[in-house]
Design a protein around this ligand. Sequence first.
Ligand SMILES: *Cc1c(COP(=O)(O)O)cnc(C)c1O
Length: 496
Amino acid sequence: MKHITRKATRHTSQNEGLIFEKSSAGKAAWKLPPLDVPEVDTSKLLGEWERKDLGNMPEVSEIEIIRHFTRLSTWNYAIDLGMYPLGSCTMKYNPRVNEVVARLEGLANGHPYQPQRVSQGALRIMKMLSDCLTEITGMDAITLQPTAGAHGELTGLVMVRAYQQSKGNPRKKILIPDSAHGTNPATAATVGYAVENLKSNAKGMVDVAALGAQMNEDVAALMLTNPNTLGIFEQEIHKIADILHAKGGLLYMDGANMNALVGKVRPGDFGVDLMHLNLHKTFSTPHGGGGPGSGPVAVKQFLEPLLPTPVVVVKSDGTLSFDYDRPQSVGRVRAFYGNFGMFVRALAYILANGPDGLRETTEDAVLNANYIRKGIEGAYDLPYATATMHEVVFSDRTQAKRGVKTMDIAKRLIDYGFHPYTTAFPLIVPGALMIEPTESESKEELDLFIDAMKSIAAEVEEDPETVLSAPHSTRVSRLDETAAARKPVLRWKPKV
Ligand SMILES: *Cc1c(COP(=O)(O)O)cnc(C)c1O
């Protein structure tokens, strides 16, 4: 086994510290020339807008502030530093051409209140992206308004309820497989539905017989992720759709895993009635840090009248406009039109790849996941042997016998220079290691990852303490993750 020496870069020079603590009176990054006009009292100019509570700002030189922020950036991990195998998140590389296009002045500075007559370019981008996404999904119409996957789910289920209501009964339940992402049951509950759990079979797929038994006229829809969160394609998807439709239910697809399908198969062709996409996953627009996302919802023709307003339409003279006059619409789900910058990036990505490029991307993503599966199969327990699509889920069963859990292995991975994989789900695999490499990674990077995983498995046998006390290479080691989420400290305060 090749020994890994690569470590995440960490600067630990004596230069470290907080910028406030480096402040010394009179230093400045930039000095204005002496005044050649009479001085004015700026507090009068700012009036009530002056933030007196800010107190003294740090006084530092230009190089101090540059070094400060550059150093901080090296304490974090990013896809631009290395592989980010966070399963279910499709943390692929965001090609720089996306950023170049999103920064074009006319696009970056467009204003949502700009008249439609001078927004034709922006409208065309929305129309082109909509057309590309409906073609890729095999659906008939789409809204670009939702700004996250979970927001798309919410929009979708609000449409499901409106549709069922129009048939005379909103119905009571949403069926959700036990392998689902946590947002699915949360969304169903938010919309006011009761969630009914659907058991998976031994192959890690929906148990069609169980679905048949649970389906009745109280069920509004099934929320299905395909491929599911085990990275397994639902092979009986046609049967699943037929069972739903026979009793008036709808098939909602969580399309967060479309990186396994784009250019190969289309949900619209296998019975899906409506679905969301995560542009910030499949279509490479950046995500993480809670930044702007985009979760468009694509629907079949019969649901089109329900889409949120406004929708982009082509007028008889060929110009584009927003149509607000849609009596059956569920209304707005977001101010203005959604995260426009994400539309630009996703369209740039789609056009730069073209149909063949997108198909190849899908093939490479699946190939990479299978390469990892083969590479570490002997070292970790694989609970479901069914064919792997874009991600693969192992369990910590072997390592747990030595007292080492998936979270410990994930922490140790940081020392080898990788972002951890997903540890929290799917819930049907206790101690899950959920790994999604995406197509971004080269064979060399995948080999390094496989070596790292095998080295950690060997360490668990020889020296479990090293793994249990990891990470050893970071600024801080194990944190109270619950407190960090629930009681975050977002502001520096002076020590007293
Ligand atoms: C990421 C993800 C979601 C939620 O998407 P957000 O954009 O994070 O709200 C839903 N379902 C699955 C399967 C996902 O992977």
